[in-house]
Structures are given as C-alpha cells and as structure tokens.
Write a protein that binds this ligand. Sequence first.
Ligand SMILES: [Fe+2]
Ligand SMILES: [Fe+2]
Length: 190
Amino acid sequence: MKRDLPQALALYREKGRLQYSGEPVSQLDHAWQSFRLAARAGASSALQLAAFFHDLGHLFQREQGSPTLSGKDDKHEDVGAAYLRAFLPDAVCEPIALHVAAKRYLVATEPEYAAKLSEDSVRSLALQGGPMSAREIAEFETNPWSQDAVALRRWDEEAKSGSAHTPDIERVLSVVSDLARDLPASTQSA
Ligand SMILES: [Fe+2]
Ligand SMILES: [Fe+2]
C-alpha cells in the first residue's frame, strides 16, 4: 500500500464518517476535535497533527463498531504510527505510538483521570494491559515523547462531544494538509 499524505487523507474521506467506537462522534469528528483542542492549547504543528491522526489505525479496520466489544485489542496506535512514519517525523508519530501507553500511565497515576474514562475506554484499557505497574511508569517517564503523548491523551479524552461542529470534510483535510506541508524542518528529522 502506498504511504503518503494524500493517501492518509483519502482514508478520512472514505471512512471518516464511521462511528467512533462506542462514542457519539464519527472518526472525523473525533480527529477534528482532538486537533482543535491541541491548537487551542498552543501545541506545536507536529503535535496538532499527532492529535488529528492519533486514531488513524482504526480506519484500517474492516468492521464498524468497537473491536473491544469482541474482546480484541486492535493495536491501532502501532498500525497508525507505522503508516505515518513513511512521511511524517517522530514528533508526530511517537506521541501517536504512545497514546495508549499514556492512558495506562494516567490511569495508574491520576485517580481523577480514571474516573473520566468513557465506557469504551475502560473496556479497551483491560485489553491493553490495564494500569501501568511501577516499573512501567518509571520506564514510560524516561521516554522523550511521553509528555507529548500524555497531552495528546488528555485531548483525546475530551474530543468525544456529540454537540461540537465539524466543518466540511474537504475544509478539514485542507487545513491538516497545509499544516503537514509546513512542518518546520527541525521536526522532520527529530
Ligand atoms: Fe486511540
Ligand atoms: Fe482517540
């Protein structure tokens, strides 16, 4: 399969209207809301792109609905990051690869975060290994991308609003595409 930016964006055109597993939003709504939360927080272009693309891996699944309902961990964080590494820098791909680990980290370290998790997130948590152990926490904190992954994870949790407005899909894709083309050179080889 060809791996480039137009192809990634085409996946949202093709499958962005699929329901986000167990939530009142589509895949595109969830991506857009995550992206907007990152932009409003003043995140770097790379991290805004990570927020948009963080669940790209879900778009490679054939079935609609949540894989967690059938007891499967789809490893979507690895699938998405592996695809994007062909044309986007580590500053985008590493937080994506770590966004599930960041959930396991936050659940283990912040009781109030665990209480905010949606039903589907709780179900997938068990499949993804549950809360991190003390050893895993220490290891996660040494990863240079862990802070970005934690920030992304917090936007991820917020980006499930059924009442927020998502612009026309072509508008969304052109905003994302412009941002990706303008990524500062320093993040290209990060
Ligand atoms: Fe995810
Ligand atoms: Fe997500």
